[in-house]
Ligand binder design. Structure first.
Ligand SMILES: C[S@@+](CC[C@H](N)C(=O)[O-])C[C@H]1O[C@@H](n2cnc3c(N)ncnc32)[C@H](O)[C@@H]1O
Length: 171
């Protein structure tokens, strides 16, 4: 699906992600886009936060190739794409202050592990509950709370929705 994926949805599907980024209290130092596909969400994050280092990962090498190809040169210095499995990520605990999933299956334990204390996870859906991969907010709350997340926020915009969760700092 990689050659045609980029045109699956337009910019209106990325509005909820942008709105979620506006709600962050500070710019993240490092951000991860899980299941990046052709890199759309990674590019949104990099443009929104001009100092942030962004990593996009996907299980499919063909998606990662497309993401690399579509990355504009002005972002090339701080955005990179890698093949990796969202259920077993090759990153240290707490490596990212922001973890984004746009239309992506959440592997909850693993995304919690790589989110820094005080960091934020954003779950965005380009077509809200009509998105083929959609996890309802109540499920997100249920699964994230035991993993130390709170300060949940829900929003909608454009054609989609987003959900924010902050990983609490210990103590
Ligand atoms: C519905 S697409 C979303 C792509 C992109 N985030 C977007 O919104 O355009 C889901 C993506 O997750 C990737 N994926 C599926 N399972 C994965 C896994 N275990 N680890 C990492 N990526 C995975 C697929 O290859 C696909 O690119």
């Amino acid at each position: 699906m990689a050659p045609d994926w980029e045109d699956r949805f337009g910019p209106e599907g990325l509005i909820p992600l942008g709105a979620a980024l506006e709600r962050l209290s500070a710019a993240p130092r490092r951000a991860l886009d899980l299941g990046t596909g052709t890199g759309k969400a990674a590019r949104v994050v990099a443009r929104f936060f001009p100092e942030t280092e962004v990593v996009g990962v996907d299980l499919a090498p063909a998606m990662v190739e497309q993401a690399k190809r579509l990355l504009p040169s002005e972002l090339a210095g701080r955005v990179r794409f890698e093949v990796a499995d969202g259920s077993a990520l090759p990153f240290e605990d707490g490596a990212f202050d922001l973890v984004v999933l746009q239309n992506m299956i959440p592997f909850f334990e693993e995304l919690a592990r790589v989110t820094a204390p005080g960091g934020t996870a954003v779950f965005a859906s380009s077509r809200g509950s009509e998105t083929p991969i959609y996890v309802p907010p109540e499920t997100l709350r249920e699964r994230l709370a035991p993993l130390g997340f709170g300060d949940f926020q829900e929003l909608s915009g454009g054609t989609g929705t987003a959900f924010l969760a902050v990983r609490k700092t210990p103590g």
